[in-house]
Design a protein around this ligand. Sequence first.
Ligand SMILES: Cc1ncc(COP(=O)(O)O)c(C=O)c1O
Length: 413
Amino acid sequence: MDIFEKFRNRGPLGQYMEYGHGYFMFPKLEGEIGNRMKFRGEEMLVWSLNNYIGLANHPEVREADARGAREYGLAAPMGARIMSGHTDMHEQLEKELAAFVKRDAAYLLNFGYQGMFSIIQSVCGRNDVIVYDSEAHACIVDGAQLHFGKRFVYPHNDINSCAKQLERATRIVSETGGGILVITEGVYGMSGDLGKLKEIVALKKDYDFRLLIDDAHGFGTMGPTGAGTDEHFHVQKGVDIYFATFAKAMAGIGAFVAGDEYVIKFLQYNMRSQIFAKSLPMPIVLGSLKRLELLRDRPELRNNLWKIVGQLQGGLKEAGFNLGNTNSCVTPVFLQGGPEEATCIIKDLRDNYKIFCSMVTYPVVPKGVIMLRLIPTAVHTVEDVEYTINAFRDIARRLQKNEYSKTKFPKLD
Ligand SMILES: Cc1ncc(COP(=O)(O)O)c(C=O)c1O
């Protein structure tokens, strides 16, 4: 068979390519990043960007990015860190990141996704066992799939099942002579609920394992200083490896991993995603230093974020919406309906209310459930919140009156 034969049916999302490309999939949001951007030439109130504390378009960030590009260009430094791409600025950023998340050391990663699976690959050998949450991000799932040894999944946030899997893992490593790595997220980015870090750390009393957390959505948003979900739960000491991306609150690109000095030293010399890839360019590093400075030293940005989160989540709940178990800024709104109704709702929101948010349907959520996902940020306003809650009231009413098609996707122009 021709290996390309399967391309003809295009996969679960690709099958809708002709219909939804440019509207539902690959939509183009244009203009400066903020609460208002253009979609198909029309200004939208945007609730789908992880620009949590509003750094994307902060004038000091824009200036730092421009200065980095002006002074160094995107080429510098050339080569991988270990070969020729190492600089004082990379080290400075790592020092500041480590201090911020209260770890001995940190190491920069070019991307969160690749970085995570490379961490897993470096930490785990074939005799080791990985135990991870069923709703873990693709980077964790894919990293675990690359693992040659055993891996066990526990149902999302089910600590009893996690303990059972640790029991199984313990039996295996007692024979192989390996160790156990547990992986969870700090904030689950789809549903907004928090990983049960306290309970998982408490399991260390009964089981011998190390804990790695992916805090993509918690870094910069959670905890008294914004240092993350483990700071929020006061369990920083129990989290052995802390990982976060710059793609969310930092509104940049890149990622980092932090932990004890000997752990980070090992990763520096063994992570294939960094050894065999070019170092982060200088403008990204200088821009990240500025972003970290603002994230750390301007708590008012985080306070603004949480003010908007409180108003949005409080208002939606008061209006009777089901927000699931979110305990973070991520604001899912659960409705009942199928994918056809979901697409009608999104079209109604975009065309008639000029509200742009993301939708999630089966198989990410159970059949018959629609999840509209809102990401509040520090640059949203009270008026944005009130307008959106009223619009959601309207769409919920329409959904209840069966005004959205249950059988047909809406026509797109
Ligand atoms: C939980 C989580 N982990 C990892 C990543 C990947 O990070 P990056 O975009 O830096 O590759 C994301 C998405 O960006 C994420 O949501």
